[in-house]
Ligand binder design. Structure first.
Ligand SMILES: Cc1cn([C@H]2C[C@H](O)[C@@H](COP(=O)(O)OP(=O)(O)O[C@H]3O[C@H](C)C(=O)[C@H](O)[C@H]3O)O2)c(=O)[nH]c1=O
Length: 185
């Protein structure tokens, strides 16, 4: 398993090994012991799976506030996404900064998004499926969303073919300036 730190603290790309043979390949996509040995010592309690029919579907920028803040281990099992994490921790030197990575069923890459970060992704292909582990259970009361195309965040989502497919919640999300982050370093 290869673990690479991205530019923001705690955000990592994890690449489990694939054992190829004449049939295809096998991979341990999650191993708690191997992750802990690589410095990712987290206890995941829930698996999520989302399917997006159309390319250009954008889910985000989401968070769950404490006491249900979530670390997320995200991977793509069909299609591909541009995945984005934003540092939302007050007092952080990288507060409001973002990083992105392309995750696909083909590249097998996973991204670790720590609690305290906003998370979102844009699907790059139709029929994209994203699965991810989280370290806290879902809490509708603690669930929140910040505007995906906020001018202050200035996230580069790449070449968009018009307005992305968005949920009503994401269309009505608060701006970064309006967002009162519940997180701090
Ligand atoms: C997240 C979640 C949702 N739900 C229910 C609530 C709604 O009735 C329905 C769709 O929820 P939502 O529109 O929030 O789903 P996404 O837009 O994919 O949200 C997720 O997308 C971004 C990328 C994330 O990082 C979060 O995990 C999460 O916010 O599933 C549950 O029952 N449990 C859950 O854990």
């Amino acid at each position: 398993m290869n673990v690479t730190d991205l530019e923001l603290p705690g955000v990592k790309i994890i690449e489990p090994r694939r054992f190829g043979d004449d049939r295809g390949w096998f991979s341990e996509t999650y191993n708690q012991k191997a992750l802990a040995a690589a410095g990712v010592d987290l206890e995941f309690v829930q698996d999520n799976h989302s399917y997006s029919r159309d390319a250009g579907t954008l889910r985000g920028l989401h968070y769950q506030a404490p006491p249900f803040a979530q670390d997320k281990l995200v991977r793509v099992v069909r299609g591909s996404v541009l995945d984005v994490a934003v540092d939302a921790r007050k007092g952080s030197a990288s507060y409001g900064r973002w990083v992105s990575a392309t995750l696909s069923a083909e590249n097998g890459k996973q991204i670790l998004v720590p609690a305290g970060f906003l998370h979102g992704f844009l699907t790059l292909e139709p029929h994209t499926e994203v699965v991810y582990k989280v370290t806290s259970f879902y809490s509708a009361e603690c669930d929140g969303s910040v505007l995906w195309n906020d001018a202050d965040l200035a996230i580069d989502w790449g070449e968009l073919d018009g307005e992305p497919v968005l949920s009503g919640k994401d269309k009505d999300a608060v701006t970064w300036a309006e967002f009162d982050s519940p997180f701090s370093v």
